[in-house]
Write a protein that binds this ligand. Structure first.
Ligand code: 4NP
Length: 156
């Protein structure tokens, strides 16, 4: 079993969406016995809250149900529990590297858009202070990245 943790800033928009898109894909492809995921934030500000209502609405239009509750990354346990910790943007990756306890932890950290087939995005942009287009873009990028991620993780 490979364990994947999706990480963004607040854990209420991008990483809960990544989790939902990934779960839908592994269900479709019958990979539930190989891959499992969770999500977390680099800040604890929204801990205990459900996903952002706007993110939930745009995800639902594409058939994704966001059910996760925000929690912060716990470096003491998450680097042991997860094989891959995947930051949504470069700042998330930088923050994860600062939380890493050693070189082995650092090797588990990746940037979500590195798994995209479409190389035009360098990070999943934070949609929090923007409008509809930002939320749709998050979902477009995540659908592309999750496909590539599933292929990569299964190769290893
Ligand atoms: P996320 O979006 O990192 O994709 O969950 C954000 C959520 C909250 C904030 C920023 C981004 N915030 O500033 O509270």
């Amino acid at each position: 079993m490979k364990h994947i943790l999706f990480v963004c800033l607040g854990n209420i928009c991008r990483s809960p969406s990544a989790e939902a898109v990934f779960n839908a894909m592994i269900a479709n492809e019958g990979l539930g016995n190989e891959l499992i995921c969770d999500s977390a934030g680099t800040i604890a500000y929204h801990a205990g809250e459900p996903a952002d209502y706007r993110m939930k609405q745009y995800a639902k239009k594409r058939g994704y149900l966001l059910t996760s509750i925000s929690r912060p990354v716990d470096p003491k346990t998450d680097f042991d529990r997860f094989n891959f910790l995947i930051g949504m943007d470069k700042q998330n990756v930088t923050d994860l590297k600062l939380m890493a306890r050693n070189e082995d932890d650092k090797k588990r950290i990746f940037l979500m858009t590195d798994f995209c087939s479409d190389a035009k995005h360098d990070g999943v942009p934070d949609p929090y202070y923007g409008g509809a287009a930002g939320f749709e873009l998050v979902l477009d990028i995540l659908e592309d990245a999750c496909e590539g991620l599933i292929r990569k993780v299964r190769e290893r």
